[in-house]
Write a protein that binds this ligand. Structure first.
Ligand code: GUN
Length: 284
């Protein structure tokens, strides 16, 4: 069997086109969705992500503000910036790029963002709402996975989803969103014994381990749907996922490639959450 390829790039493009239309309607009614991104320090990968968020926002008509601060910015000054953005009527979404320099508490900063503008879905209030199955802002990468499956007409109802990885940003919310979609869910992680025995029972595997080419055909039940969240570099410096694509595609029923799978969905859902927030503020 050779798996069907789930084209995240094409799905992301469709959603962004839908969002663009929605933004035009919102603008006509007097609201321009606004997203503020704050970055502290010089990490090149983080700057690349932030530039991409800025460009993608502008492309669909979102008002974008980016605040780039040096690594020695104080925690107090960052908290003050967040408070200013909380009170800014033109801003509906606030994202503080992580990681932050060591002298700044990420928890304190996330807690300071108004839950109503927390388009990352990282604030404990929004995480709590996810846990109890309420509509809120969901973390963009796992939410993107859910949208992708929905667009591919892949239902999770009654199916066994095995998530590999338990991070707060991907693994845990991916498991909770799968549960909200009526899946039977197992979370595996670095201490899981006999991983292959568990993943071989999965109808859907969501791989978010951060180890290049970790998941192979051996981990999969024939026909399984494989979602690869990894963005790694192999020994040759080439981009690769957590899934050994060439091996897995012979056993899987459908698979996301890296690049061009989950990746393009993450920023798309950030834009989606920003528009959702603007709509909520406009309705107040
Ligand atoms: N750093 C890497 N990914 C993310 C993300 O999704 N949101 C934020 N705020 N920082 C990140």
């Amino acid at each position: 069997m050779t798996a069907a390829i789930i084209d995240g790039k094409a799905i992301a493009k469709d959603i962004r086109a839908e969002l663009k239309e929605e933004i035009e309607e919102l603008k006509a009614a007097g609201t321009t969705p606004g997203l503020a991104v704050v970055i502290v320090g010089e990490d090149p990968a983080s700057h690349t992500y932030v530039n991409s968020k800025e460009k993608s926002s502008k492309e669909i008509g979102i008002h974008s503000e980016v605040y780039r601060f040096p690594a020695d910015l104080t925690e107090e000054a960052l908290l003050q910036k967040v408070e200013e953005l909380n009170n800014d009527k033109n801003i509906h979404g606030i994202l503080v790029q992580l990681p932050l320099p060591k002298h700044i508490s990420e928890d304190k900063v996330i807690d300071a963002i108004s839950p109503e503008k927390d388009v990352d879905g990282f604030h404990p209030v929004n995480v709590g709402k996810l846990v109890i199955g309420k509509d809120t802002f969901y973390s963009c990468t796992p939410y993107g996975i859910m949208k992708m499956l929905e667009k591919e007409n892949i239902s999770l109802e009654g199916r066994h989803v095995v998530v590999i990885g338990r991070s707060n940003i991907v693994g845990k919310p991916a498991a909770l969103l799968s549960l909200m979609n009526n899946a039977t869910v197992t979370i595996c992680h670095s201490r899981t014994k006999n991983l292959k025995e568990v993943t071989r029972q999965a109808d859907v595997v969501i791989a978010a381990v951060g180890i290049p080419n970790y998941v192979t055909a051996d981990h999969l039940k024939p026909g399984a749907i494989v979602i690869d969240v990894g963005i790694n570099r192999n020994e040759d410096g080439k981009l690769c996922g957590d899934v050994d694509f060439n091996s897995a595609k012979e056993t899987a029923g459908a698979i996301t490639p890296v690049p061009g799978g989950v990746g393009p969905m993450t920023i798309t859902m950030l834009l989606y959450n920003t528009v959702k927030s603007a709509r909520a503020f406009a309705a107040k």
